[in-house]
Design a protein around this ligand. Structure first.
Ligand code: NAP
Length: 513
């Protein structure tokens, strides 16, 4: 493959920092703008709208979006169904070229998109920049994958046999807010390049980024109706979109409960439906890192802290449990506390702040409920409080120890800056504890012993296992991403087989006289 990952921006270079600072000022001037639903090229507004707030400064409305109703959902599915008849026949090379143009455009808009991500979901500069880079990667990687020839068939005497991939039909794309550009762009691009049409329902926490991606796609030549932008509440229009007989596939990334609901609803055939719906559901995690007594403690502590508190723990891959060999436990606890104390909390638009807010008041309250349980059953080693003297949804980075094995904090996804820590007697015990969850997304092991690394590879059951490396920061192409068990449907975003999920293979066999 020729594909290479997009480089991250080095903000130590003064021009780069100045460019983003300017983009942040420019974005602020456009705050409060309205973003309509766009169906078959027509813009639609509703009386009710979704208000997208800046979680760093929650009085600020970043933008408002159409709160689509069932009538608009119906129109969007109809538009995608009609457009499919044309789009399915467009040569794959043209569809791939479109994705490359979109990648090139996002590259020119990098600072602008980074600024909007910082404001709309509270990522710090580096995390927001990485989100844009990942979106560019998905576009370029899938463009290259799409034009690969299909696998060769076994020759059969007196026959000419072919194998090809056909598109499926209208795909409902439902992304989360935590990678508001990358995941939304990745799922949409995979659907488009394989010849499907898209109804894109962005998260209600990040419709502005969704709209900006949609605008970029349209400017690059995505035809009317081939992609339809449908901001709206998942609880109001989600079931309708999933159940409708015109929906051929649902590409979802989000929470376990919503994913299971979508999977169940999509499995029930509707009157007139002629296919079994395909569902990709990439869900949550309860990821663990195991550190043994031979590990480089300093490095392990720094990387555990980065995995646990990067983007305030709001990554599906975030580390939320760390098991440390009892011989180094105290030293490790000291080091990780030092790492936590060095975090600087505040508005994400300020470059020096390493930790911003969590996404919403509801998230802040939910995380606090988990912390209260942890405090009741275990011991708060650091943090635990919401920071209420600021106009945003801030929480202290929190470390909890001495939790009994029965605590829900060992098994439930918290999706916030909360890390549970426990000593273990051996690496084996650590891995056993790590596997004691119904999720299976990411995990990591730190040890200098090659035999133990081998043991970890054989026994640590998760979709993305990292050895002597943090458990966040997967790169498209290099780290195909997706979890086992209740973490998902094993589709591996950014991996060599991802596009197969969006296609149906056909075998054509012709007798040769
Ligand atoms: P969420 O609450 O499940 O929402 C995800 C999307 O589903 C949103 O667009 C939401 O719309 C929509 N939705 C809600 N109810 C729906 C319904 N009944 N039918 C159809 N769609 C519905 O998740 P989130 O809070 O946005 O994201 C965080 C979760 O995503 C975490 O659990 C995280 O681990 C997971 N995640 C997983 C991966 C992965 O690759 N495995 C990657 C990133 C995140 P509204 O916003 O309008 O409610």
């Amino acid at each position: 493959m020729k594909f290479k990952n997009e480089a991250f921006t080095d903000f130590a270079v003064p021009e780069n920092a100045a460019r983003l600072a300017r983009a942040l000022q420019d974005a602020r001037r456009d705050f409060g703008q309205g973003y309509p639903a766009v169906i078959n090229g027509r813009r639609h507004h509703t009386r009710k709208s979704i208000r997208s707030l800046n979680p760093s400064l929650s009085k600020e409305v970043v933008g408002t979006a159409t709160d689509s109703n069932l009538s608009l959902a119906d129109q969007a599915l109809e538009s995608a169904t009609r457009a499919f008849q044309r789009w399915r026949g467009v040569p794959v090379e043209e569809r791939a070229a479109l994705l490359r143009r979109m990648a090139a455009r996002l590259r020119t808009q990098k600072a602008e998109l980074t600024a909007w991500i910082i404001y709309e979901v509270g990522k710090n500069w580096a995390e927001a920049d990485a989100d844009v880079a990942e979106a560019i990667d998905f576009l370029e990687y899938y463009a290259e994958l799409a034009v690969r020839p299909p696998p060769a068939l076994t020759p059969v005497a007196h026959e000419h046999n072919r194998y090809r991939y056909l598109p499926l039909g209208p795909v409902v794309v439902i992304p989360p807010w935590n990678f508001p550009l990358a995941i939304l762009a990745g799922m949409s691009a995979a659907a488009l390049v394989t010849g499907n049409t898209v109804v894109l329902k962005p998260s209600s926490q990040s419709p502005v980024i969704g709209a900006r991606f949609f605008e970029a796609a349209r400017a690059c030549g995505v035809p009317e109706g081939v992609m339809n932008f449908l901001p709206g509440s998942g609880s109001a229009i989600g079931d309708y979109l999933v159940k409708d007989r015109r929906t051929r596939m649902v590409a979802f990334t989000g929470s376990l409960s919503v994913g299971l609901r979508i999977n169940a609803l999509a499995a029930q055939p509707q009157k007139g439906q002629r296919w079994i719906k395909r569902v990709i559901a990439e869900l949550g995690g309860k990821n663990a890192i195991v550190v043994d007594e031979s590990a480089d403690i300093e490095r392990a502590a720094a990387e555990v802290a980065a995995s646990a508190f990067g983007y305030q723990g709001q990554k599906c891959s975030a580390c939320s449990r760390v098991f440390v060999h009892k011989r180094i436990y105290e030293a490790f606890e000291d080091r990780i506390l030092a790492q936590i104390r060095a975090l600087r909390i505040g508005p994400s638009a300020v470059r020096e702040n390493t930790m911003g807010p969590v996404i919403s008041k509801a998230a802040q309250l939910g995380i606090q409920r988990h912390i209260a349980l942890g405090e009741k059953h275990g011991r708060l080693l650091h943090g635990g409080r919401a920071i209420l003297d600021r106009d945003g949804f801030y929480l202290e980075p929190t470390l909890i120890g001495r939790l009994p094995n029965s605590s829900p904090l060992w098994v439930e996804e918290i999706f916030g800056p909360v890390l549970a820590i426990a000593p273990v007697g051996s690496l084996e015990e650590g891995i056993r504890r790590a596997n004691e969850t119904a999720y299976g997304l990411t995990g990591a092991v730190y040890t200098r012993d090659p035999k133990r690394l081998q043991l970890a590879a054989e026994t640590f059951f998760c979709g993305n296992l990292y050895l002597n490396r943090k458990c966040t920061g997967a790169l498209v192409g290099g780290h195909p991403f997706g979890g086992f068990n209740l973490s998902g449907t094993d589709s591996k975003a950014g991996g060599p087989e991802y596009l197969l999920q969006f296609s149906q293979p056909q075998a054509i066999s012709a007798r040769r006289e």
